[in-house]
Ligand binder design. Structure first.
Ligand SMILES: CCCCCCCCCCCCCCCCCC(=O)SCCNC(=O)CCNC(=O)[C@H](O)C(C)(C)COP(=O)(O)OP(=O)(O)OC[C@H]1O[C@@H](n2cnc3c(N)ncnc32)[C@H](O)[C@@H]1OP(=O)(O)O
Ligand SMILES: NC(=O)C1=CN([C@@H]2O[C@H](COP(=O)(O)OP(=O)(O)OC[C@H]3O[C@@H](n4cnc5c(N)ncnc54)[C@H](OP(=O)(O)O)[C@@H]3O)[C@@H](O)[C@H]2O)C=CC1
Length: 573
C-alpha cells in the first residue's frame, strides 16, 4: 500500500502542525526560502529554531531581520504579518565544538525540536581544506551528537550536493566510499600547518575538482558511520538556479552558480565560454529543492529510521582507487584506508534514503542552447549600462584556443576600456572583472566538461506518495516544467534582484544598446577609413585587395537581386 493510499498518514501541512523545526544555514539562499515556505504552506507549524552565527559585527537578531527583509517574504507580510514571532534565533557557529551553543539553547533544542534540517555549508569551491572540513564534515559529526539527545526527533534532513560523488558519471542513490578515514584525516590535518595542508590538498582531493565536493562527500560518510538509529535522509540538489514559481518567480541573490556568468555576458564584459557546447547544464529551480526538502522530511518522519530497511539491502565490498602522487605510507598516515568495512556500514551506504533533485539530461539544456536562449533575453530585456553590445556567446572547448581568443576578444578590449577610464580620471574596472571571471571559470570548468546522470527513483516515488493537494503545494515534479520559461525567469530575476535594476527600465537600456551599436559602427567605419587612407596610396597589395572586395560586393548584390527576382517569379507561378 502506498502512503497516498494509506488514509492514516497525515498530509505535509498536517504533519508539521504543532512541530518545531531546527534549521542551520538559515541566512543562506536555500535557508531563507525554506523558512518562507514552511511558514506559508504549513501555517500551524509551532516554530522554527534558526541556528545563526553573528558575522561582520552583526548580532543574530540583526541577521534575523535581514533574513526576512527580501521580497520573498512579501506574501507572508500581507497574509500573516505576525509570522516572525515563530522564528527563534540561537547563536551557533558550525566551526566550533558543540557549535558553541549556550546551555539554554541546547536545552531548547533537545526539548523542542522534531525535525532538523541541515543546510549550512561553506559552498566556496576552493575553500581551504581545513575550513571546508570543519563546516561541511565536522559540522555533520557535531550535529549528529546533538540529534542523538533530542527527545522527539522525527526526521533529520541533510542537504548535500548532487556532485558529492562527481568522480562517477552515473550517480546512484548510495553513499559511495571516498577511500578516506575522514576522522584520521582530520587528526592528521590538526598536526599540520595551513601551508602543508594546502600543498597536500590536490593529492587528497584527487579525482574531484575541489575541496567542496570532497568535504560534502565526507559529510555523507559521517551520516553512514555515525548516524545509525537516527531518522536520516539526504537531499542532493544539482546546480540551484533561481526560483521557478514561488514565492516569486526568478528570485536569486548571489553570483553563485551560473548567475555571475549571465551578468558578465549580459553586460558585455565577456564573450567567450570555455566549455563543451553539447554539455548539459543541470540547473534546478530553488523552489523545487525547497519543496523536495520539506517532502523528504515528511516522508522520513513517517517511514522511521533508515536502518529499519537494512535487511532489504544487499552488500557489496568497495575499494576506492588510490590517489596517484604521494606514497602509500604517506597516504595511510593521512587517513587513506583500504580496510574492509563492517557489513552494517556497507549496508547503510545504500539504506539511507537519498533524493536527487536534478533535471537530468532528459530535461536539461545544452550549453549552446542555453547560450542562444540567453542571447535572446539579453537583447530583448537588456541590462542597464552595458559596457559592450552583448553579442553571441562563443563556446570554445579547446582550452588553448579559448585562451588565445580571450586575449584578443576580451583582454585587449578590456585594457583599452580601462585605459580610457584612467584617461577620464576614473578607476579601471574591466580587467578586474575579467580576472574574477577567469578565476570563476577555472573553478567551474569541471562542471562544464563532464556529463552526469542521477538515479531519480526515490525522488519520483516520493512524489507519487504525496497526496494530489501536496503535490501541487509542494511541487518538484518536472512534468509541467518549462525549462525555457525557467531560464527566462532566472535571467529576469538576476536583473531585478541581483543587479537591482528596474524591470520597467527597458526603454532606457534599449536606447543605451542602440547608442553602443551606433558607436560600434562609427568605430569600425573610422578604423576602416584610416586603414584605407594609409594603405591604399602606399601598397599595390592593398589596392588589389580593395578591387577584389568591391568586385565581390557588386557580384553579391547582383546575385541577391537575381535571386529575389527569381523568388518573386516563383511566387507568381
Ligand atoms: C550565456 C549563458 C551561458 C551559460 C553559462 C553558465 C556557466 C556557469 C556554470 C555553472 C556551473 C556551476 C556548477 C556548480 C556545481 C556544484 C553545485 C553546488 O553544490 S555549488 C554551491 C554553490 N557554490 C558556488 O556556486 C560557488 C562558486 N564560487 C566560488 O567557488 C568562488 O567564489 C570562486 C572560486 C568563483 C572565486 O573564489 P575566490 O577567487 O576565492 O574569490 P571570492 O569567492 O572571494 O569571490 C571574489 C569575487 O568573485 C565574485 N564571484 C563569485 N562567483 C562568481 C561567478 N560565478 N562569476 C563571477 N563572479 C563571481 C564574488 O562575488 C566576489 O566579488 P566581489 O565581492 O569581490 O565583488
Ligand atoms: N547553491 C547551490 O547551487 C547548491 C547548494 N547545495 C547545498 O545546499 C545547501 C544550501 O546552499 P545555499 O543556501 O545555496 O548556500 P549559501 O552559501 O547561500 O548559505 C550557506 C549557509 O551556511 C551557513 N554557514 C556557513 N558556515 C557556517 C558556520 N561556520 N556557522 C554557521 N553557519 C554557517 C551560512 O551562514 P553565514 O551567513 O553566517 O555565512 C549560510 O547560512 C548547502 O548545504 C549546499 O552545499 C547543493 C547543491 C547546489
Amino acid at each position: 500500500m502506498t502512503m497516498q493510499e494509506n488514509r492514516n498518514h497525515p498530509g505535509i501541512p498536517e504533519f508539521f502542525a504543532g512541530k518545531t523545526v531546527a534549521l542551520t544555514g538559515a541566512t543562506g539562499f536555500i535557508g531563507q526560502l525554506l523558512i518562507e515556505k514552511l511558514l506559508r504552506s504549513c501555517p500551524d507549524i509551532k516554530g522554527l529554531i534558526l541556528l545563526i552565527r553573528s558575522k561582520k559585527g552583526k548580532s543574530i537578531t540583526e541577521r534575523l531581520q535581514k533574513i526576512i527583509e527580501p521580497p520573498i517574504f512579501d506574501k507572508l507580510r500581507k497574509t500573516r504579518p505576525e509570522f516572525a514571532s515563530k522564528l527563534i534565533p540561537v547563536s551557533a557557529d558550525i566551526e566550533k565544538p558543540g557549535f558553541a551553543l549556550s546551555d539554554e539553547d541546547v536545552q531548547l533544542i533537545l526539548d523542542e525540536v522534531n525535525v532538523f534540517i541541515h543546510s549550512a555549508a561553506t559552498t566556496k569551491f576552493n575553500e581551504h581544506l581545513t575550513l571546508s572540513y570543519a563546516v561541511n564534515t565536522n559540522g555533520v559529526h557535531e550535529l549528529l551528537k546533538l540529534c542523538r539527545k533530542i527527545k522527539n526527533l522525527h526526521a533529520f534532513v541533510h542537504i548535500s550536493t548532487a556532485f558529492s560523488f562527481c568522480d562517477k558519471s552515473f550517480i546512484g542513490e548510495e553513499v559511495y566510499p571516498t577511500g578516506w578515514d575522514y576522522d584520521k584525516l582530520r587528526t592528521s590535518m590538526q598536526r599540520m600547518s595551513d601551508e602543508m595542508v594546502s600543498d597536500l590538498t590536490p593529492d587528497i582531493v584527487k579525482d574531484r575538482p575541489n575541496t567542496y565536493t570532497l568535504t560534502k562527500a565526507f559529510g555523507e560518510e559521517v551520516l553512514v558511520k555515525e548516524g545509525e538509529g537516527l531518522p536520516i535522509c539526504i537531499i542532493r540538489p544539482s546546480i540551484i538556479g533561481s526560483t521557478y514559481n514561488e514565492p516569486i518567480p526568478g528570485w536569486c541573490r548571489s553570483l553563485n552558480g551560473p548567475t555571475g556568468h549571465f551578468i558578465a555576458f549580459a553586460k558585455g564584459y565577456a564573450r567567450l565560454l570555455c566549455a563543451r557546447s553539447d554539455h548539459y547544464l543541470d540547473i534546478i529551480p530553488a523552489d523545487f529543492v525547497v519543496n523536495g526538502i520539506i517532502a523528504a522530511a515528511w516522508k522520513t518522519a513517517l517511514s522511521g529510521r533508515s536502518d529499519q530497511l537494512l535487511s532489504k539491502v544487499s552488500t557489496t565490498k568497495y575499494h576506492a582507487s588510490l590517489p596517484k602522487n604521494i606514497s602509500r605510507e604517506q597516504l595511510q598516515l593521512l587517513g587513506y584506508t583500504k580496510e574492509d568495512e563492517s557489513v552494517s556500514v556497507q549496508a547503510r551506504r545504500k539504506s539511507i534514503p537519498i533524493y536527487h533533485i536534478v533535471t537530468n539530461p532528459k530535461y536539461a539544456l545544452t550549453i549552446s542552447r542555453m547560450a542562444s536562449s540567453m542571447m535572446h533575453h539579453f537583447t530583448r530585456y537588456p541590462v542597464d549600462n552595458a559596457l559592450r553590445l552583448p553579442e553571441n556567446v562563443i563556446v570554445i572547448s579547446n582550452k588553448f584556443l579559448y585562451r588565445t581568443c580571450a586575449f584578443f576578444l576580451e583582454y585587449i578590449p578590456a585594457c583599452m576600456f580601462d585605459a580610457g577610464l584612467i584617461l577620464f580620471g576614473q578607476k579601471p574596472k574591466l580587467l578586474r572583472v575579467l580576472r574574477l571571471l577567469s578565476s570563476a571559470m577555472t573553478a567551474l570548468q569541471f562542471f562544464l566538461y563532464n556529463h552526469w546522470e542521477w538515479d531519480e527513483g526515490s525522488t519520483l516515488k516520493l512524489q507519487r506518495e504525496m497526496s494530489d493537494r501536496d503535490q501541487k503545494e509542494f511541487n518538484f515534479s518536472k512534468d509541467d516544467f518549462d525549462l525555457k520559461l525557467f531560464i527566462e525567469r532566472y535571467y529576469m530575476g538576476t536583473k531585478r534582484y541581483v543587479l537591482k535594476e528596474d524591470p520597467l527600465g527597458y526603454p532606457a537600456a534599449r536606447r543605451h544598446l542602440w547608442r553602443l551599436r551606433v558607436l560600434g559602427w562609427i568605430f569600425q567605419f573610422c578604423v576602416f577609413m584610416i586603414t584605407w587612407r594609409i594603405l591604399i596610396p602606399r601598397s599595390q597589395l592593398a589596392r588589389n585587395l580593395w578591387h577584389l572586395l568591391t568586385s565581390f560586393w557588386s557580384k553579391f548584390l547582383r546575385f541577391t537581386s537575381i535571386s529575389s527576382n527569381l523568388s518573386r517569379f516563383k511566387m507568381f507561378h
